[in-house]
Write a protein that binds this ligand. Structure first.
Ligand code: NAP
Length: 263
């Protein structure tokens, strides 16, 4: 198993893409720490995944420095190491440009972007120290989005946060490369999670998404987990500073495609 005995922290892993990454990592042999703000969902995720491997839950709001410090301390306490960090926690707040509240702009940026910085810095301090003591370098994976590149007019802070994630991924990768620590990002297209729930029962929204998706379907969280498993594994040993877009062909598409009939 490619992650045998590796220790991985995954933020926002109580549900959705983060949960799928946690499941895949546990199946690949990792000891996984699920960090989230939804304690009930987090505990239930642990209860499910305990059946297949080693997993624990830590409450952590990634936008809070002290929570992040506690997350790393709890992980070291439980497993003695951190080899992989997946910065997955993220939120959306939709509002028209003229109506968007300052607090909402700040909240999205502080979770999606500053939270990624805080977690990366705290974990990287441990990883660098480990390398300096002769240990193996770890790796960091950021959950970006196609909205790092594509804009939506009523998703301003979200798109800005994911645009910033591109540069945060590159700058962190360059800063940590001399220590052998790799930093990459995944840019999912539309993936079937609670974040996309509104689309399920809205034919117009489904039409909008699928007309921009050459593979004619939304993605599954497990398909993003597969990319994370690759980036965390030794198979990606010379890959750093990259964003891999798993989007069913959306970014290369100019114009639109025909939408298949609903099942
Ligand atoms: P999700 O289903 O909403 O799950 C996100 C999890 O993160 C939830 O458990 C959420 O808790 C938690 N969370 C929220 N704020 C947090 C904080 N401050 N600290 C720690 N945890 C926090 O989202 P998802 O669809 O799986 O998305 C996961 C990541 O993929 C996000 O970064 C998102 O931007 C990215 N992404 C998703 C899609 C998609 O189509 N789904 C596409 C591109 C990129 P609460 O539920 O209590 O808020």
């Amino acid at each position: 198993m490619s992650l045998e005995n590796k220790v991985a922290i995954i933020t926002g892993a109580a549900r959705g893409i983060g949960y799928a990454v946690a499941k895949r990592f546990v199946m690949d042999g990792a000891k996984v720490v699920i960090a989230d703000v939804d304690d009930e969902a987090g505990q239930s995720a642990v209860d499910d995944l305990k059946k297949i491997g080693e997993v624990t839950y830590v409450h952590c709001n990634v936008a809070e420095r002290l929570d992040v410090r506690n997350l790393v301390a709890e992980t070291l306490n439980a497993y003695g190491d951190v080899d992989v960090l997946v910065n997955n926690a993220g939120i959306v707040v939709g509002a028209d440009f003229l109506e968007l509240e300052e607090d909402d702009f700040d909240r999205v940026l502080s979770i999606n972007l500053k939270g990624t910085f805080l977690c990366s810095q705290a974990v990287a301090r441990h990883m660098v120290e480990k390398v300096q003591n002769g240990g193996e370098p770890g790796t960091i994976i950021n959950m970006s989005s196609i909205n790092a590149v594509l804009a939506i007019p009523n998703q301003i802070p979200y798109c800005v946060s994911k645009g910033g994630m591109s540069q945060l991924t590159k700058t962190t990768a360059l800063a940590l490369a001399p220590h052998g620590i790799r930093v990459n990002a995944i840019g999912p297209g539309s993936i079937m999670t609670d974040m996309l729930a509104s689309v399920n029962n809205d034919p117009a929204a489904r039409n909008r998404i699928l007309s921009r998706t050459p593979m004619e379907r939304v993605g599954e969280p497990s398909e993003i987990a597969g990319v994370a498993a690759f980036l965390a594994s030794p198979d990606a040993s010379y890959v750093t500073g990259q964003t891999i877009y798993a989007d069913g062909g959306r970014l290369p598409l100019n114009y639109t495609v025909a939408v298949p009939d609903a099942d």
